[in-house]
Design a protein around this ligand. Structure first.
Ligand code: E4P
Length: 218
């Protein structure tokens, strides 16, 4: 399972990278705004800064919602750095743009996916990644994990190579359950990754090992 961090915060990206388990980064316009990154030039520079920290794929989202605009903007993003993946919304022109980019060898991430039908369309358009938002489905009392299961079944039925990128992850149990289902990638906040480290028996066990070592070596 690949681990992506879902943030535009450079310190958090560095921390996850230094842990040695990071495979990529996802961003979106809200995450950029949260870090105070505004203005086209600053946003483009920030994507390059992120690419220079991590080794893997970095999703950069288009703002345009029409086909021509998405192609222009997506190509500009793709030209920034070889690690950039063009993130496109799951709307009609987004599907068309996905097909265009996949025919032209540009990696894509189809975002804002909330149904198996949308995920099927993304795979048929050749998306590199599809991003079902499980946390936002949970937020409205719908079973987000069930959507991941349905997409896994559909993709396996036909051997689609589009990777399921479980997005809108909120906590460690989302990560673990997505891993059980077979999501290819998860993207979440730093806490959803570092939280996997914690177990009280690990802390108690280590404390005892160190205390016993000290007794025998003092
Ligand atoms: C995915 O790529 C999105 O950036 C993200 O996971 C959205 O998560 P949220 O629902 O926590 O905003």
């Amino acid at each position: 399972m690949k681990f992506f961090i879902d943030t535009a915060n450079l310190d958090q990206i560095k921390e996850a990278q230094e842990l040695g388990v990071l495979d990529g980064v996802t961003t979106n316009p809200s995450l950029m705004a949260k870090e105070g990154i505004t203005g086209r030039d600053n946003i483009l520079k920030h994507y390059v800064d992120i690419c220079n920290i991590v080794d893997g794929d970095v999703s950069a989202e288009v703002i345009a919602t029409d086909f021509e605009g998405m192609i222009k903007e997506g190509q500009e993003l793709a030209d920034l750095h070889e690690q950039i993946v063009v993130k496109l919304p799951m709307i009609k022109d987004g599907v068309k743009a996905c097909k265009y980019f996949s025919d032209n060898g540009v990696k894509t991430n189809v975002t804002l996916v909330f149904s198996p039908g949308q995920a099927l369309l993304a795979a048929k358009a050749g998306a590199t990644y599809v991003s079902p938002f499980l946390g936002r489905l949970d937020d409205i009392s719908t079973d987000g994990l069930n959507l991941i299961e349905e997409i896994r079944m559909i993709y396996d039925n036909y051997g689609y190579e589009t990777e399921i990128l479980a997005a809108s992850i909120r906590h460690t149990m989302h990560v673990i359950n997505c891993a059980k289902i077979g999501a290819d990638v998860m993207t979440g906040p730093l806490s959803s990754i570092t939280g996997l480290l914690s177990h009280p028996l690990t802390d108690i066990g280590l404390e005892k090992f160190l205390a016993d070592y000290k007794k025998g070596n003092s």
